[in-house]
Design a protein around this ligand. Structure first.
Ligand code: MSP
Length: 511
């Protein structure tokens, strides 16, 4: 039954240019949004930029521009990157927008009125890169545990504190009531462990900078960037401006996040929502890091090869948009860390796109041209490939549902392999034209039709192109599942065009 699917990425800091780590989450969210659109769900896909806070202020100061100029500049760069990668977001939020200020003030004023925000003084080590306080015990050799090459600074502020400590039991009940609320399970357990240790209150306002959302009841204070940022997910569906819209979408939210921001999303954010009398998030999916030689791709940190300096556009030059998207979706298990390697990307491109899919398309189009006068025959009802297709669909659907694009694509590619094996077994290119050849080619065309639908969340451009080349009207994206996955949809009697190779084989880089 179609439903609603509200999917979010973290909003990215504008002190940095988009790199392949940011793109990793965004491409995955995009693929999930596209899958849910195929299911007929009403989808809302949100991404955006996080524009306040000390980190942005400092990087703007260093560049000699205002924080807003810095934000405008880099927010545009994120939008350009997402356009390049075919990201089908429905809304791009910027935390400097008036609608967001309204929502932040609305939500935090509710918590204040309900008595869970109080004045207090705090002093402790602060990491500007994380925009977070740490306890002495959490530091590693006096440095931030994440930005290990960076010293922390000591901050002392009279701040407004959120009484997080009062929410321990309610957070535990939220997580324990539903095993899927935080995924994967290892991350759920990590959060449960953290909460069970006891929670400290958190400071949620700042007086040391003014680049933030003003606290309505405390002149001179701005909200701490994380509390401002998290609320973006509520702003975008109407909190503070359209409560009915908020109520309609909020129960369907799925947050996708990297593992370094788990506490913010799985502890502070749900607690804040509960304190405002709102529902905690429906789902939080915590994914791993893309690594290069074991180091997270985080801009300022690492050694010689900084993967965060790899712009998606650089890889798109070599692999195309679909080649880019396919690699990250297929080769990194969502939820685990994944090593990035250019060579791995080339192998995957050649094996799955140039060989498996590319060969199927070019063989079928060539033989339809030589044996069927260029007109694609209809599939057969009793094809052995029908069962292979049914299984591929069932497995892929199950995997997308579990947010496992890698498995979903693996299942889809098994169908391609099945069709290639079927062609090799029957060798229609060697046979005389006639019903037997038509049957084999019709079945292969039907597989291509199905693959266009099932792979379209990952490689939308190629799927549209294949769809047109095999003579189908409209686009794969307009199809609706499960109907479109039923064997026999290829009509036959339509023109099949052989075009240039969709995925020309790449040469491995010299070692
Ligand atoms: N602005 C905060 C998030 C606020 S959300 C309310 C932030 N921004 S960020 O620019 O640092 O982006 C962090 C996110 O980018 C990660 O959580 C992850 O989604 C993505 N990634 C950044 N580097 C990454 C890797 N090396 N690997 C995988 N994802 C990465 O934190």
């Amino acid at each position: 039954m179609p439903g609603r699917f509200y999917v979010t990425t973290p909003i990215y800091y504008v002190n940095d240019a988009p790199h392949i780590g940011h793109a990793y989450t965004t491409v995955t969210a995009d693929a999930l949004a596209r899958w849910h659109r195929l299911l007929g769900d009403d989808v809302h896909f949100l991404t955006g930029t996080d524009e306040h806070g000390l980190k942005v202020q400092q990087s703007a100061d260093a560049a000699g521009i205002t924080p807003l100029e810095q934000a405008d500049r880099n927010s545009d760069r994120f939008r350009e990157a997402w356009e390049l990668l075919g990201i089908s977001y429905d809304d791009f939020i910027r935390t400097t927008e008036p609608r967001h200020h309204a929502a932040v003030q609305d939500l935090l004023a509710r918590v204040h009125e309900r008595g869970d925000i109080e004045l207090d003084t705090y002093e402790g080590p602060y990491c500007v890169s994380c925009e977070a306080y740490y306890t002495e015990a959490e530091l590693v050799d006096g440095h931030c545990p994440i930005h290990t090459s960076k010293p922390v600074i000591v901050f002392k502020e009279e701040n407004w504190f959120f009484r997080l400590s009062r929410y321990q039991e309610r957070l535990l009940s939220w997580i324990e009531a539903d095993p899927d609320v935080i995924q994967p399970e290892s991350k759920r357990n990590e959060v449960l462990g953290f909460i069970r240790q006891g929670l400290d209150d958190v400071s949620i306002t700042r007086t040391s900078l003014d680049w933030g959302v003003p606290v309505p009841w405390a002149p001179g204070h701005v909200f701490y960037v994380w509390y401002d940022a998290l609320i973006n997910y509520a702003t975008a569906v109407g909190l503070g401006t359209d409560d009915e819209r908020f109520r309609a979408w909020w129960p369907h939210v799925h947050h996708l996040i990297g593992k370094e921001i788990i506490r913010f999303h799985c502890v502070y954010w749900p607690a804040m929502l509960l304190a405002a009398g709102l529902e905690p998030p429906h789902r939080v999916f915590v994914h791993g890091w893309l690594l290069l030689g074991g180091a997270k791709l985080s801009k300022t940190e690492h050694g010689p090869a900084k993967l965060t300096e790899i712009a998606p556009a650089r890889l798109v030059e070599d692999f195309g948009v679909d080649g880019y998207r396919y690699h990250f979706l297929r080769d990194v298990t969502f939820g685990s860390d994944g090593e990035f390697s250019y060579e791995g990307m080339v192998s995957r491109f050649n094996a799955d796109l140039a060989n498996n899919l590319g060969n199927l398309l070019s063989r079928v189009a060539t033989v339809v041209g030589s044996k069927c006068g260029g007109t694609g025959p209809a599939p057969t009802a009793d094809s052995p490939l029908a069962a292979v297709a049914a299984k591929a669909y069932a497995d892929a659907a199950d995997a997308w549902e579990r947010k496992q694009p890698s498995e979903a694509l693996d299942a889809t590619w098994r169908l391609i392999q099945g069709a290639n094996a079927h062609l090799e077994e029957h060798e229609p290119w060697k046979a005389e034209p006639g019903p037997a050849v038509d049957a084999v080619l019709g079945d292969a065309l039907e597989v291509l039709r199905l693959v266009c639908v099932l792979a379209s969340p990952a490689i939308p451009t190629a799927c549209r192109e294949i769809w047109a080349r095999i003579g189908l009207d409209g686009t794969p994206e307009e199809q609706r599942l499960p109907g479109a996955a039923t064997w026999g949809g290829y009509p036959g009697g339509v023109q099949v065009t052989k075009g240039a190779p969709l995925f020309p084989r790449l040469r491995s880089p010299e070692a």
